[in-house]
Design a binder for this molecule. Structure first.
Ligand SMILES: Nc1ncnc2c1ncn2[C@@H]1O[C@H](C[S@+](CC[C@H]([NH3+])C(=O)[O-])CC(=O)[O-])[C@@H](O)[C@H]1O
Length: 330
């Protein structure tokens, strides 16, 4: 069974220690629930990942674990087969002992767009909300973060993260908890909070922004990346049914509307640093994710539209600062 005790120990004498009042009970409940059909199977695969401590690790420019020299071709093939059992691999890419996990998303391209604009992560305590497989968390660690905590309710992404973590060897200060953001108490503790690709999945986007704010210390930085539409401060798309075949998309605001929402939530220094239309090269099917991908979500006759006729995915990155301690908003 995946254990979270090392995380509890590591935060016991940190500014996250107050989380321990409720976290073990919430995680315990998650562990006892029987909803995660494939989890026991994936945990068996995790237990087979006993490989040598990697001879080198790069987290600065990529997520590369091991030079590839430590395993024979046969061992590499066996490891690739084990890692293949965690498909679909959506967020990456990872190179592990010479095996290239070519994921659906070039998450490194998103990192390249976001990173130049954020406060340096050196020695910061970071929360990545909706972290997926944890790709960006490794890059945050590579940029010097003191500790990186991710939350994501998907058991598959937890297992992908755990697989990479086991293969990375020593107990790196990076942790994924199988929780939704709404299950976190107001911790008022993180120096930087990332919410990338999550806001449009939330039914109540303002509450999402308040939950993110509640996790930051005063003066801490929010990095918000989400789908946007063109338009003015009053424009918000609420898809009637699906958006790009996704059935869990609720609100896609314009950049100006999003910045107004942040202002209403008492963030300051709010700035949009990047707007980017997702390319077919950034999100596509691969050998590690064989299902449909972006090309199947767009109108074959006009790739500026989704199959439902909405504007094709365009994403903005907005940075903002928490101005004051957690307060009840009027
Ligand atoms: N309530 C919730 N709380 C936290 N996470 C959630 C919740 N609901 C869904 N998620 C998780 O949010 C992630 C959204 S993907 C972004 C991944 C990464 N951040 C990226 O920017 O590439 C979207 C995309 O494909 O861009 C998924 O991993 C969900 O399980």
């Amino acid at each position: 069974m995946i254990s979270f005790s090392s995380f509890y120990q590591q935060i016991a004498d940190s500014n996250l220690q107050h989380w321990l009042e409720e976290l073990p009970a919430i995680i315990g409940k998650w562990q006892r629930s029987h909803k995660h059909g494939n989890l026991p199977k994936w945990e068996k695969v995790l237990n087979k990942l006993n490989y040598p401590e990697p001879d080198q690790i790069d987290l600065k420019d990529s997520v590369t674990i091991g030079s590839g020299e430590q395993l024979t071709a046969g061992q590499q093939e066996k490891l690739a087969n084990l890692l293949g059992l965690f498909q679909p691999w959506r967020k990456g890419p990872f190179t592990i002992h010479g095996i290239d996990i070519d994921t659906e998303w070039r998450s490194d391209w998103k990192w390249d767009r976001v990173k130049p604009h954020i406060s340096p992560l050196k020695n910061r305590t970071v929360l990545d909300v909706g972290c997926g497989s944890g790709y960006h968390m490794w890059r945050m660690l590579g940029d010097g973060a003191k500790r990186v905590v991710g939350v994501d309710p998907s058991p598959l992404f937890l297992c992908q993260f755990e697989a990479v973590k086991r293969l990375a060897g020593k107990d790196h200060p990076v942790h994924l908890l199988p929780l939704g953001i709404e299950e976190l108490p107001p911790l008022d503790a993180f120096d930087t909070v990332f919410s990338m690709g999550v806001l449009y999945h939330r039914r109540s986007p303002i509450d999402h922004l308040l939950q993110l704010r509640d996790q930051l210390r005063t003066g801490g930085e929010l990095v918000l990346e989400t789908l946007v539409i063109d338009g003015d401060v009053n424009d918000v798309l609420v898809p009637e049914d699906r958006y790009g075949k996704m059935n869990n998309v609720w609100f896609i605001p314009s950049v100006d509307a999003l910045m107004l929402w942040l202002k209403k939530c008492e963030f300051i220094d709010i700035r949009c640093v990047d707007v980017d239309t997702t390319s077919l090269a950034e999100q596509r099917s691969t050998n590690w994710m064989k299902n449909e991908s972006l090309v199947d979500y767009l109108d074959p006759n006009d790739v500026s539209l989704t199959v439902e006729g909405y504007p094709a995915p365009k994403r903005a990155t907005i940075i903002a600062t928490k101005s004051q301690p957690n307060l009840e908003l009027k």
